[in-house]
Ligand binder design. Structure first.
Ligand code: FA5
Length: 330
């Protein structure tokens, strides 16, 4: 009993001196831990007399009730105090501007394509899809481009095995569509095309949009009207447009359209167009005496350059986020 009284007395004194969580834990362990003084004393209880044992047990319980709770209470108090101090030192300035999350947006080419598709659809054209890997029949021969044509040169396009190429224009989709659709038809197609080209206005991979209208007695003024309307809708303001006669094996007569850069006054070719050649109708089993049609193929990248004032086509493909971030959110 004396030893228990000493423990009680010592604990009473120590409690007032404990200042840190570590000191409290240590003090608690030295009395109540496995090797603590109280635990050691309790092991000797079996030697005590039957009369003493309940008294000793009572004293132990008293000590436990008095100090264990006090230790735990002290620890919780100090922990809370530490947390408060930490929060005070880490205080947040709620008036600082937050970091904005980066928003995804449409790539300028995709935005231009979307606008062009909607302008064409409002003129009655319907979207048709075609393959990017194309055979030479659809990409060349059916379009009146024989083997000997310069665009068949290995250096002018990307050849794959077995008479296949990465399509060099979207005109191949015209052929596919006419082969499975009887006239009249008014189709539109768009997507990536590939050529061995690279400079400020030429990219090895770029985007074209093709329009084709076949019916009885389709006329050149209808084509000119369509292109005028399409470009006016796309630009939403005035750009100087120039029609210039040209040559394509698959149209006769043919012309190209140039548009002027507002800032520099420089003209840039944006599309080729013309009345569908009789040989093209023959290759898709249409009777050229019965039907006529017009077709156009425009460069989406170049139209986007003109609309957004971009002077180098390569800017579209460098993936500089400062450039891309200027696009509208999707
Ligand atoms: C053609 O590709 C024809 N298939 C267009 C056509 C369709 C004519 C139907 C008649 C009837 P051309 O090679 O000129 O034509 O290309 C058409 C447009 O694609 C050009 O006016 C230009 O705007 C764009 N273009 C051509 N090459 C590149 C290139 N390397 N990089 C970016 N744009 C290009």
């Amino acid at each position: 009993m004396d030893q228990l009284n000493t423990i009680d007395h010592d604990l009473n004194e120590t409690m007032t001196t404990l200042a840190t969580i570590e000191e409290i834990v240590q003090a608690k362990e030295s009395v109540f831990g496995k090797k603590g003084s109280l635990t050691q004393i309790m092991k000797q209880f079996r030697d005590a007399s039957t009369e003493d044992r309940p008294l000793l047990g009572q004293k132990v319980n008293q000590i436990k009730a008095k100090y264990l709770n006090a230790f735990d209470h002290q620890i919780r108090r100090l922990e809370k105090q530490q947390l408060d101090e930490q929060l005070m030192s880490e205080s947040v300035d709620i008036f600082l501007p937050g970091t904005r999350p980066l928003m995804g947006g449409l790539h300028p080419i995709r935005q231009a394509e979307k606008d062009l598709i909607s302008a064409c659809e409002s003129l009655g054209f319907s979207m048709v899809k075609g393959p990017i890997i194309e055979d030479t029949f659809h990409n060349f021969e059916a379009l009146n481009i024989p083997d000997t044509h310069p665009s068949r040169d290995m250096h002018d396009t990307f050849y794959l095995n077995n008479h296949h190429v990465l399509r060099t224009h979207t005109s191949s989709v015209q052929i596919r569509h006419m082969l499975k659709t009887p006239p009249p038809l008014k189709m539109l197609s768009s997507g990536p095309v590939f050529r061995c080209d690279s400079d400020r206005t030429h990219s090895p991979m770029f985007h074209q949009m093709e329009g084709l209208y076949v019916n009885h007695k389709v006329t050149l003024p209808e084509l000119k009207y369509t292109l005028d309307a399409l470009l006016k809708t796309f630009f939403e303001d005035d750009h100087l447009i120039r029609f210039r006669s040209s040559y394509f094996p698959f149209t006769e007569p043919s012309f190209e359209v140039d548009i002027q850069f507002k800032k520099t006054g420089e003209w840039m070719e944006v599309l080729g167009a013309g009345m569908v050649h009789r040989n093209v109708f023959r290759s898709v089993n249409y009777n050229p005496d019965d039907v006529s049609g017009f077709a156009f193929g425009l460069g989406i990248d170049r139209l986007a350059m003109l609309k957004y004032g971009i002077e180098d086509i390569r800017a579209f493909y460098e993936n500089d986020t400062r450039f891309l971030r200027q696009g509208a959110p999707c």
